[in-house]
Design a protein around this ligand. Structure first.
Ligand code: 13P
Length: 277
C-alpha cells in the first residue's frame, strides 16, 4: 500500500463582512400630527402633500400620515389610489371591544383603512401613564389585526445626562417586544425618539441617533438574529426638519423619521421626504 502525502496549499481570504447588512430595509417617513387639525385642515394638508409629492418626489419611501382618529376614514378615501402613501393611528386600546368609553380598538382602526398604529409614544407614556406591560398588550392587539405597530422608545434628558440611555431604551424594547415570536417581531417598525428632542427644536446629533439605532438593532439581534434585526426599519424622531433630515437619514442604521411639528406643514414634510432622493 502506497501512502501519499498530499501537500495542500490553502489560500485564506479574509473578507471584511459588515456585521449588519446596510439598508436593505424599507425607508419610511411618518407624520405624527398629534392633537392637531380639524377635518378641513387635515384634508387640505393631505391634498397639498400629495400634490407636492407627485411633482417632486423621486424616491419610493413609504409615507405615512398619522392623524387623530377622526380623520382616518376621510383620508383613507382621499389616499385610495396611491400606493406609497399610508395611514396610521396614534394609539389604540389593548382590548378588542367593550365598555371602554372614549377608546378605539385596533379592529376599528383597521376598518377605517389604516395600516399602522403608533404604540408607546413618550407623550402616552408620560401623560397617560402607559407602562411597558400595557404596551406589550397593545403591540399584540395591533399585530393580531394585521396592522404594523410603530413602537416608540427613547430616554429622558436625565438619563442622557448620566449616560444611561442605552440601559433605558434596551429595557423599553425588551419589556414591550421580547415576548414576540420571530415572525411577529419581523413585522415591527421601531421609532427612537429621545424625549429631550421632541418638540424642543433640539435634535439628537446624527452620531447620537446612529449610535442608539445600532444599539437597538444589536439588542434585537442578540435575542432573535442578525437577519431579523437587519430587516426592521428603525426611524428617528425628535425635531426632524428639512435642514437636518438628509444627514440623519443617511446614517447606516437610520431608516427614516417620525415627524411631529414639521408634518403639519406640507412644504416641510415633503422636503423631509425628499431627503431620500
Ligand atoms: P417633533 O418633530 O415635533 O419634535 O415631534 C416628534 C414626535 O414626537 C413624533 O412622534
Amino acid at each position: 500500500m502506497e501512502v501519499y502525502t498530499a501537500s495542500i496549499t490553502m489560500t485564506i481570504c479574509i473578507i471584511a463582512v459588515p456585521k449588519h447588512v446596510p439598508k436593505m430595509r424599507k425607508q419610511i417617513v411618518a407624520g405624527n400630527w398629534k392633537m392637531n387639525c380639524t377635518i378641513d385642515e387635515g384634508k387640505r394638508l393631505v391634498s397639498e402633500v400629495v400634490q407636492l409629492m407627485q411633482n417632486e418626489i423621486q424616491n419610493n419611501a413609504e409615507v405615512i400620515f398619522i392623524p387623530p382618529y377622526i380623520h382616518l376614514t376621510n383620508l383613507s378615501e382621499q389616499l385610495l389610489t396611491n400606493d406609497t402613501l399610508y395611514l396610521g393611528a396614534q394609539n389604540c386600546h389593548q382590548n378588542k371591544s367593550g365598555a371602554y368609553t372614549g377608546e378605539v380598538s385596533a379592529t376599528m382602526i383597521k376598518s377605517c383603512g389604516a395600516t399602522h398604529v403608533i404604540i408607546g409614544h413618550s407623550e402616552r407614556r408620560e401623560y397617560f401613564s402607559e407602562s411597558d406591560a400595557l404596551l406589550a398588550e397593545k403591540v399584540n392587539t395591533v399585530l393580531e389585526n394585521d396592522l404594523t405597530p410603530i413602537f416608540c422608545c427613547g430616554e429622558r434628558l436625565e438619563s442622557r445626562e448620566v449616560n444611561t440611555q442605552e440601559a433605558v431604551v434596551g429595557e423599553q424594547v425588551r419589556n414591550a417586544l421580547f415576548h414576540l415570536s420571530t415572525e411577529e417581531i419581523a413585522k415591527m417598525v421601531i421609532a427612537y425618539e429621545p424625549v429631550w428632542a421632541i418638540g424642543t427644536g433640539k435634535t439628537a446629533s446624527a452620531e447620537q441617533a446612529q449610535e442608539m439605532h445600532a444599539f437597538i438593532r444589536e439588542t434585537i439581534a442578540e435575542k432573535y438574529s442578525n437577519e431579523i434585526a437587519d430587516s426592521i426599519s428603525i426611524l428617528y424622531g425628535g425635531s426632524v426638519k428639512p435642514e437636518n433630515a438628509t444627514e440623519i437619514f443617511s446614517q447606516p442604521d437610520v431608516d427614516g423619521g417620525l415627524i411631529g411639528g414639521a408634518s403639519l406643514k406640507s412644504r416641510d414634510f415633503v422636503d423631509i421626504v425628499k431627503a431620500f432622493d
